[in-house]
Design a binder for this molecule. Structure first.
Ligand SMILES: [Zn+2]
Length: 297
């Protein structure tokens, strides 16, 4: 009887030991995977239907998330890129507190810890806004640093930097009628390549940035406001001069993306990618050239 128990115990130890070896092996492979992956910058425009969510992995494996889409689809996608043991996102940016950018971010921040959260700090009278403030407080209690976005900021993640181009001034505690033109606009730079993220800004704000001589030039432009005709002016396209335009859009009743915007992009000879047609879009940069990868990864 005792031998039986012992042999059961012994078997259990063998199994545990085998499990431990397997785990070590997984970690070894993880390391190899990290080394293999560490050359390029990857930017994923997640298919979150009508909304925005962009996941960035730098060559040094920093993880950055801009917006979280309207529901839990970004969370689902995220768990397919993040190793199961990694529950931390280095930097989270909320462009503006609207449901189609923020709701999914609340879900994500309930599961992941952020080291830095960058947003505008504006006030808004909506139930999802108080849920956002609650999650911010929770993240703060866990040690997250909250940064109020303002132009002139530069966040450095290894050899990648992210410049905040808008808001032009600190908007903390202001309560604007519409939040679209409060959006954080950021430009990511990796050696010779750059990406411009525009939230939902309209043409009037685009003009302001052009007039202020802000350096907007980028290889990849995330089209503002899901392809609304009130955004993406010709002068803005001229200043950004992108090779690739990404439209993050899903089924909607606003007519996004509008024929006006699609026509302008065509006139400028810009390659158009759309999350409603292409699914999640992965763009990779080695610092010199940009590659559009298959969305199946
Ligand atoms: Zn939006």
């Amino acid at each position: 009887m005792q031998t039986g128990v012992f042999s059961y115990m012994k078997n259990r130890y063998i199994l545990l030991f085998a499990g431990f070896l397997l785990l070590l092996n997984v970690f070894c492979w993880q390391e190899v995977f990290i080394l293999v992956q560490s050359q390029n910058l990857s930017v994923y425009f997640l298919d979150v239907r009508q909304g925005d969510s962009i996941f960035i992995e730098t060559p040094q494996m920093h993880q950055i998330l801009i917006d979280g889409g309207p529901d839990s689809s970004a969370l689902r996608e995220l768990s397919s890129f993040m190793p199961f043991f990694d529950r931390t996102i280095d930097l989270v940016i909320l462009t503006h507190p609207e449901k189609d950018h923020m709701q999914g971010l609340i879900d994500i921040l309930q599961r992941y810890k952020a080291d830095y959260i960058l947003w505008t700090g504006i006030k808004k009278n909506a139930s999802e806004h108080s849920a956002w403030l609650d999650i911010l407080q929770e993240q703060k209690n866990m040690g997250a640093k909250i940064i109020i976005a303002e132009s002139g900021q530069r966040i450095v993640a290894g050899n990648v930097s992210i410049d905040t181009l808008h808001p032009l001034t600190n908007l903390e505690n202001q309560e604007p009628k519409s939040t679209n033109n409060t959006s954080v606009v950021s430009r990511l730079i990796f050696e010779e390549n750059s990406f411009l993220f525009t939230g939902d800004i309209s043409s009037s704000l685009e003009k302001k940035l052009v007039v202020q001589n802000v350096n907007l030039r980028s290889n990849v432009l995330k089209i503002a406001h899901h392809g609304s005709k009130y955004s993406t002016s010709e002068e803005f396209l001229q200043s950004v001069s992108p090779k690739i335009a990404v439209i993050s859009v899903g089924k909607n009743s606003y007519g996004h993306p509008t024929p006006e915007v699609l026509q302008k992009l065509e006139n400028f000879g810009i390659h158009i990618l759309r999350t409603d047609k292409d699914g999640t879009i992965r763009i990779e940069s080695d610092g010199n050239s940009i590659k559009i990868l298959n969305n199946k990864f």
